[in-house]
Design a protein around this ligand. Structure first.
Ligand code: ARG
Length: 414
């Protein structure tokens, strides 16, 4: 790998890996260096870059131009925010999807969408391969490769950063020799992935799982010391499991997520610090902030507790955990994920109503829930008052039958 790391100027000895490549592009060092690397080392004739706008708030025009400077023949930017929310985030809310019970999959959900658009573009421009800048130890390479393989088996997937064996310093040096400016500002020690659903922060001091994350890693959530003293109670309305309004104001899906982020974030709700089990078998320390998504999942869970039958609600928990695993593990386009979607969709018809949540000092506490059309909470069954219609005497026969196996077993083995 030393010749490579020092930047040989041609891959003349090996046959070209592909002719025309569409590269998933973020504007960062790795994906930028992928452009000259694919051309010089792997003999690719033409690299077309694709950057997705997922609401990360980056300026996309400089990113588009940077790809051209680095040698791309064409630099494409596409706004995918709307499908990201409606086709990926909302199903995750309906599924109450939390990987390992905690991580709401803010990064993982974006990957199948990027892969889908990458494949469409490759077909539109007649490319014979697609490429990404993922390394060999993350989850994202798994998600991209599996998705692309499912959607377009005819396309080769190239992952230069998985093979080039360069350290970060060597990568930057390689880029500079190819006219890619080193990162100007003082380089952040963190590896950050972000989109409208949240941020993932890794590396630097965070690699010691016993070190408290410095406040500077957060951008979407306010430090508890600086959140309002006054609690704020908000109301979130759902239709068929989808959030549709906040505080009585109907919002389109993208605006609704933005509003939820702002509300939860301003009260310091939505931070996670966890040790996560990656697909490739290693544990990693992950910091997330996903204020809106966690708030909406909490509210959605609560509305389900009011509107789903007990057995469906309980069974759904197992399906939710499996669904979250599949999305995390890159199996979005797999047959089990599709089959579970069928179950989940079927459960959501009655998830209509509102949940009130009090936001205060990092907490989101449910304080009320209602559903005029689908509540299964029946007052004259639940009440301890005089209008109680529950037949208390019927309980005796029920308990006789219910306890029978236990009594028989005990009589024999006592
Ligand atoms: N561990 C998370 C996931 O697999 C996030 C990884 C995002 N990448 C990053 N450079 N922070 O979904």
């Amino acid at each position: 790998m030393t010749a490579t790391a020092q930047g040989s100027t041609s891959g003349a000895s090996a046959p070209p890996r592909a002719r025309k490549v569409v590269l998933a592009y973020s504007g960062g060092v790795d994906t930028s260096v992928c452009i000259p690397y694919l051309i010089r080392e792997w003999g690719v004739e033409e690299v077309i870059t694709f950057a997705a706008d997922l609401g990360q708030g980056d300026e996309l025009e400089p990113i588009r131009l940077k790809a051209l400077t680095a040698g791309a023949s064409q630099s494409i930017v596409a706004d995918l925010i709307e499908p990201f929310i409606t086709e990926f985030a909302f199903p995750a809310i309906r599924a109450n999807a939390l990987y390992e019970g905690r991580y709401p999959l803010s990064t993982a959900l974006a990957r199948p969408l990027i892969a889908r658009r990458l494949v469409e573009l490759a077909r539109e421009v007649g490319a014979d391969a697609v490429a990404h800048g993922c390394t060999g130890k993350g989850n994202d390479q798994v998600r991209f490769d599996v998705a692309i393989g499912a959607l377009a088996p005819e396309l080769t997937v190239l992952a230069p950063a998985r093979e080039w064996g360069m350290s970060r310093e060597q990568t930057i040096a390689y880029g500079e020799r190819c006219g890619i400016a080193a990162p100007v500002s003082k380089q952040s020690p963190y590896s950050i992935d972000l989109n409208l659903l949240g941020r993932s922060i890794e590396a630097g001091a965070l690699e010691d799982p016993n070190v408290e994350p410095p406040e500077e890693v957060y951008a979407m959530t306010t430090a508890l010391e600086a959140t309002p003293q006054q609690a704020q109670t908000i109301e979130i309305a759902f239709e068929q499991g989808n959030p549709v309004a906040i505080d009585g104001e109907r919002l389109d899906p993208v605006s609704l997520i933005r509003r939820a982020n702002a509300l939860a974030g301003s009260h310091g709700f939505g931070r996670l610090d966890m040790i996560e089990n990656r697909v490739v078998g290693i544990k990693s320390r992950e910091i997330y902030e996903t204020p809106g998504l966690l708030l909406l999942i909490r509210a959605h869970q609560e509305l389900e507790s009011l509107t789903l039958a007990a057995d469906v609600q309980r069974y759904k928990r197992q399906i939710e955990a499996s669904w979250a695993d599949l999305v995390y593990q890159g199996l979005w386009f797999g047959p089990l994920k599709q089959a579970l979607d069928g179950f989940l969709d079927r459960t959501q018809a009655t998830v209509n109503g509102s949940v009130r949540i009090k936001l205060h000092k990092g907490n989101a506490t449910v304080v009320g829930r209602s559903s005029s059309s689908d509540s299964l909470y029946v007052s004259d069954m639940a009440t301890y008052g005089s209008d109680d219609r529950f037949d208390h005497r019927a309980a005796e026969g029920f308990i006789y039958v219910w306890g029978l196996p236990t009594r028989l077993w005990s009589a024999r083995h006592r």
